[in-house]
Design a protein around this ligand. Structure first.
Ligand SMILES: [Zn+2]
Length: 145
């Protein structure tokens, strides 16, 4: 499966709930073998007094062809950031959809336990790794310039 970005990447800056620092968000489709496959929302936090991390939601499901049915959509999320005792940032599964708009497109928002048991978990890691490596905002935020 070959992953690529869709043509309509967007970004947005808003204020952090906890410290009013700017939060940078990027979102886009990820295509697999040329067809829409997933949507991600990545929030990059610049907290004043906590770790600078990124929270990535990935929605998997059926897309396109006039389909506005979201009953097979499922959302996973991870936090990527510094972890004590480790040199490189780590990804940890978290409750999905915490910092995202509440919309039916998200389908079922998985918590950590449900995500661990879900058969599509490996696909989520594949998409989130792709976003980490290739979305310019997320990559810069997590790995530095
Ligand atoms: Zn904050």
């Amino acid at each position: 499966m070959s992953l690529t970005f869709g043509p309509d990447r967007r970004t947005h800056v808003f204020e952090c709930d906890c410290c009013h620092a700017p939060v940078e968000r990027a979102w886009n489709f990820v295509h697999a073998d040329g067809a829409p496959y997933a949507v991600y929302f990545a929030n990059c936090y610049h907290h004043r007094d906590r770790d600078h991390d990124a929270w990535i939601d990935v929605i998997l499901g059926t897309w396109g062809a006039g389909s506005d049915q979201w009953d097979d959509h499922v959302t996973f999320a991870c936090r990527v950031g510094p972890v004590a005792g480790q040199d490189t940032p780590a990804s940890t599964l978290v409750q999905a959809g915490l910092a995202q708009p509440d919309a039916p497109v998200f389908g079922r928002k998985l918590d950590r336990e449900a995500a661990l048991r879900h058969p599509r978990l490996p696909e989520f890691w594949q998409v989130s790794d792709f976003v980490l490596e290739h979305d310019p905002l997320v990559r810069r935020h997590v790995y530095g310039a």
